[in-house]
Design a protein around this ligand. Structure first.
Ligand code: IPM
Ligand code: MG
Length: 352
């Protein structure tokens, strides 16, 4: 097959990990007789430096016209002034909205050989395989924002806004994904306080009644935060709104031993998907060649699966990462000594 993949290397370690994933994709393409063509665009700090904005309309248009987008990471201390009008993160939000990718899939699994790399007690980690499904284009991130000075005090507002159809489509997807897994959905909300959560819970209940083969449970977000570390194996598909999902996915990443291991996929209705490791731009280790490329390589596997329909290639790549880890391949974040490129080579060796 022919596929056009847009690369967004971004800032910090982003370019280092994206080029590793491209090496892997090239091997997969040449073996399978596929042609992947790449085009790179700027986003984040590098785009602010070049164009004064975190994502230009031209760059977004190129991303929209592709089959899939592979992103490294954006941001860094250079652009971190809280008073700055333009910030690297604006690029990510504009890209998510512009691609319409409302569903963010963040799987967290624990490789048996990495159980000791996690700060969680080993007996709690057996059998952990959770898919967090985070709503990505609504809620607090995109709601009404405002400031108002009243009698010398300043009032600030970030509104948590959702339309019912936005809630319905992410919950429907949670049920669909659960059907291909262990058939359990945990819908996470704060229905004791928030009206948006009460509507969320009501819609989840309706969908659950129509699909009785899937077990649905509701859980308050504070309880979910606790249970993710006390009994993480409890969860199959955990679905939640944008900001709760942001927080819970960083927490879930601790289960896997290192943030450097975890991929993500952001999907919409038919357009190109967006794939990125869940880690940030790690400016402290940028340019040293020691970043863990696995999160980005596994994101490339999700790209093969969800945007290109190449399930066999995706599964083979995931198996190769597992095999490399089993064989002891470790970058610095996992307590090892392999460089970024050496880690990729170990994955390619395992790919055979
Ligand atoms: C993430 C990140 C982003 C988010 C930031 C960088 C805008 O934390 O992808 O989880 O909050 O969504
Ligand atoms: Mg986050």
């Amino acid at each position: 097959m022919n596929a056009k993949i847009v690369l967004i290397p971004g800032d910090g370690i982003g370019p280092e990990v994206v080029s590793e994933a491209v090496r892997v994709l090239d091997v997969i393409a040449s073996r399978g007789g596929h042609t992947f063509s790449y085009e790179s665009i700027l986003m984040g700090g590098c785009s602010i430096d070049a164009h004064g904005t975190a994502l230009t309309d031209e760059a977004l248009a190129i991303a929209r016209a592709s089959d899939a987008v592979l992103l490294g990471a954006v941001g860094g201390p250079k652009w971190d002034d809280p008073k700055a009008k333009v910030r690297p993160e604006q690029g990510i939000l504009a890209l998510r909205k512009g691609l319409g990718v409302f569903a963010n899939l963040r799987p967290a699994k624990v490789h048996p050989a990495l159980i000791d790399a996690s700060p969680i007690k080993p007996d709690r980690l057996a059998g952990v395989d959770v898919l967090v499904l985070r709503e990505l284009t609504g809620g607090l991130y995109f709601g009404y924002k405002g400031r108002e000075v009243v009698d010398g005090r300043t009032k600030v507002v970030d509104a948590l806004e959702y339309w019912d159809d936005e809630i319905r489509r992410i919950l429907e997807l949670a049920f669909k994904l659960a059907r291909g897994r262990r058939k359990k959905v945990t819908s996470v909300d704060k229905a004791n306080i928030l009206d948006s959560s009460r509507m969320w819970r009501q819609i989840a209940t309706e969908i659950g009644q129509a699909q009785p083969d899937i077990a649905l449970e509701h859980m308050l977000v504070d309880t979910a935060a606790m249970r993710l570390v006390t009994s993480p194996a409890h969860f199959d598909v955990l679905v939640t709104e944008n900001m709760f999902g942001d927080i819970l996915t960083d927490e879930a990443s601790v289960l896997a031993g290192s943030m450097g291991m975890l991929p993500s996929a952001s999907l919409g209705d038919g357009g190109p998907g967006l794939y990125e490791p869940i880690h940030g731009s790690a400016p402290d280790i940028a340019g040293k060649g020691i970043a863990n490329p696995v999160g980005t390589i596994l994101s490339a596997a999700l790209l093969l699966r969800y945007s290109l329909g190449l399930e066999a290639e995706a599964a083979a790549l995931e198996a190769a990462v597992d095999a490399a880890i089993s064989a002891g391949a470790r970058t610095k974040d996992l307590g090892g000594t392999l460089s970024t490129t050496q880690m990729t080579e170990r994955v390619l060796t395992a790919l055979g």
